[in-house]
Unconditional design. Structure first.
Ligand SMILES: [Ca+2]
Length: 80
């Protein structure tokens, strides 16, 4: 994974819960999560990464945050 660059402006993430990312469509960056074997993985798509050209959302994960433990997350858990 390459270094992340700051977004060009104050972007708003669309929380899509445990739904899969979809490719194309442009629009706002997407935020999702999944629970896997005692971990909760938060994934983002639509974050500009150095050399990736991966902005706007393209269905490919740009960044992940892994939490230890299994959590049910909602949009209220994030500053979107
Ligand atoms: Ca992406």
């Amino acid at each position: 994974m390459s270094d992340l660059l700051p977004p060009p402006s104050d972007l708003t993430f669309e929380f899509i819960g445990t739904n899969a990312f979809t490719d194309g469509g442009g629009g706002e960056p997407h935020l999702r999560y999944e629970v896997l074997e005692g971990r909760t993985i938060i994934q983002m798509d639509g974050i500009r990464a150095a050399g990736s050209g991966a902005f706007p959302p393209d269905g490919v994960v740009d960044a992940e945050i892994e939490l230890i433990g299994e959590f049910v997350l909602t949009a209220a858990n994030f500053l979107l």
